[in-house]
Design a protein around this ligand. Structure first.
Ligand code: ADP
Ligand code: GLC
Length: 484
């Protein structure tokens, strides 16, 4: 089959700019598609971290002001391990330190509509006849609200087929109606079946309305977002477009997340060398100031601290953890009240509960390796990467049955042990009590070393590489071209 030319547009990309799983996906999926022989190029803003990583990025084209509210910009080229990057250089919008979306106080940056309006507009431009690049794009693939306005430009002005992938429907990028002309959209786009959404301009709605195909990051989440409860207002539109919607489970970067060759770990280990995982537990306990030893199970969390992740459920019951008895190690940042809650919790239980606030890639690896059981009681989880990292690290995850968690974690019981699918623990419902009962159950299973080892090995055996997902994305692209 003919190789495809795909522009992959995203607002973050690991390891340079990452606030969550989108950054991981934007690094790994294009690389996998490239390995499969396709011409994928990644468009992303030239943030400070990318200026540092690619100081000699090559000038490709200048982009004039494309509308009244959009500043001119430049497109630069760089290469990351053979993967071509297209860096959108507009210092007044993107050359700012810190989080790509939030200001120093944790509020959305005031000009996000212009910043990501420009990113979306340029993504569309590269799929249009007047593209400044000598490159014929088959599909423009956009991700989350920050790039989701591109399909609207392609719809009103013409251009390539498009795909929008929803990594999290709770963030929709809604702005005032004055942005419509400023971003250069026609007045005709202000319709319920255009970009208008409850009196606002919604980037994500525009993408869902106009993309040739829609995907989200797990099959269960693809079903869930068609329900009012999970759809955050967009369920009716998704039901309307259900024939163009599918769920493709994310993969993980199995080279970066490999317990047998992870430079961050105290001791490498593998499914047939699980005893060496113990050294990582001891090292983590020392690093985080927990009492050292293997007589108690050690639970762990690595997460954005937000309502989505259900960690308030954990805070509700966490004072009981020493009585389970068990230990807890938390790495996270986000919601200030939740940060304070976890900090105070650790202060109440020195040696038993340790909390690190912040974003620390190396510690995230050491926690995956050093803990016994990973807690992910998310209220909703489009895919979730950490439960997959956990499975790969022989660290059974404990989850709510939602989204990608439901698609990857199989609760331990006699039947799932017999058919070798058991790999973790699934809460019976979303209450703090259910979390508590499931943690108790995990402690009981942990005492039975043989059963625990079977869980670990079942998880470690599963193939989470991007190869499978990359094939599904190729089919999605072909369907988008056909539907266009
Ligand atoms: P989400 O994208 O909703 O935050 P995912 O599970 O898809 O959830 O991805 C989260 C990613 O961010 C994982 O790679 C995880 O290891 C990482 N991560 C989250 N919080 C932290 C943190 N405080 N320090 C280091 N890595 C983190
Ligand atoms: C989002 C979701 C997460 C998913 C990630 C990558 O941030 O919250 O579940 O794994 O995107 O697709």
């Amino acid at each position: 089959m003919k190789p495809l030319a795909v522009l992959f547009a995203a607002s973050e990309m690991a390891p340079w700019v990452k606030t969550g799983g989108l950054g991981d996906v934007a690094a790994a999926l294009p690389a996998a598609l490239r390995r499969a022989g396709h011409d994928i190029r990644v468009l992303l803003p030239y943030y400070p971290a990318l200026r540092v990583a690619f100081p000699a990025a090559q000038m490709l084209a200048t982009i004039p002001a494309l509308s009244a509210g959009l500043p001119p910009a430049r497109l630069l080229a760089a290469e990351a391990d053979g993967l071509p990057l297209l860096l959108l250089d507009c210092p007044e919008l993107f050359d700012r330190p810190g989080n790509p979306y939030l200001d120093a106080h944790g509020h959305d940056q005031a000009d996000n509509a212009v910043r990501f309006g420009l990113l979306s507009r340029v993504a569309a431009l590269l799929g249009q006849a007047n593209s400044p690049l000598d490159w014929q794009v088959d599909v423009v693939h956009v991700n989350d609200w920050q790039t989701a306005l591109a399909p609207a430009f392609l719809h009103y002005e013409g251009g390539a087929a498009s795909v929008v992938t929803v990594h999290n429907i709770a963030f929709q990028g809604c702005f005032g109606p004055e942005m419509l002309p400023r971003l250069g959209l026609p007045a005709a786009a202000w319709r319920f079946d255009g970009v208008e959404y409850h009196g606002q301009l919604s980037f994500l709605k525009a993408g869902l309305q106009f993309a040739s195909q829609i995907s989200t990051v797990s099959p269960t989440y693809a079903r869930e977002i068609q329900d009012e409860h999970f759809g955050y207002g967009l369920a009716p539109l998704l039901r309307h477009r259900r024939h163009a919607l599918r769920g493709i489970l994310n993969g993980i970067d199995t080279a970066l997340w490999n317990p047998a060759a992870d430079p961050a770990l105290a001791e490498p280990y593998a499914a047939n060398r699980l005893a060496a995982k113990r050294g990582n537990k001891a090292a983590l306990q020392r690093e985080m100031g927990l009492a050292e030893g293997n007589d108690l199970p050690l639970f762990g969390v690595i997460s954005r601290l937000t309502e989505q992740k259900g960690l308030d459920l954990l805070l509700t019951i966490a004072d009981g953890i020493p009585h389970l008895p068990a230990q807890l190690a938390v790495l996270g940042s986000g919601d200030k009240a939740m940060e304070a809650g976890f900090k105070a919790l650790a202060e109440r239980h020195p040696g038993r509960i340790a909390v690190r606030l912040g974003f620390d890639e190396g510690l995230a690896h050491r926690i995956e390796a050093g803990i016994d059981c990973f807690l992910m009681p998310s209220r909703f989880e489009p895919c979730g990467l950490n439960q997959m990292y956990s499975l790969r690290y022989g660290t059974p995850p404990l989850v709510q049955a939602t989204g990608g968690l439901a698609d990857t974690v199989v609760d331990v019981n006699d039947a799932s042990l017999a058919d070798k699918t058991a790999n973790g623990f699934v809460m019976p419902d979303g209450s703090p009590h259910a979390l508590w009962l499931t943690m108790e159950r995990a402690c009981t299973v942990w005492q039975d070393k043989r059963r625990w080892q079977r869980l670990q090995q079942n998880g470690m055996r599963r193939d989470f590489s991007w190869t499978l997902a990359a094939n599904d994305y190729l089919q999605l692209y072909r369907d988008a071209i056909a539907a266009h």
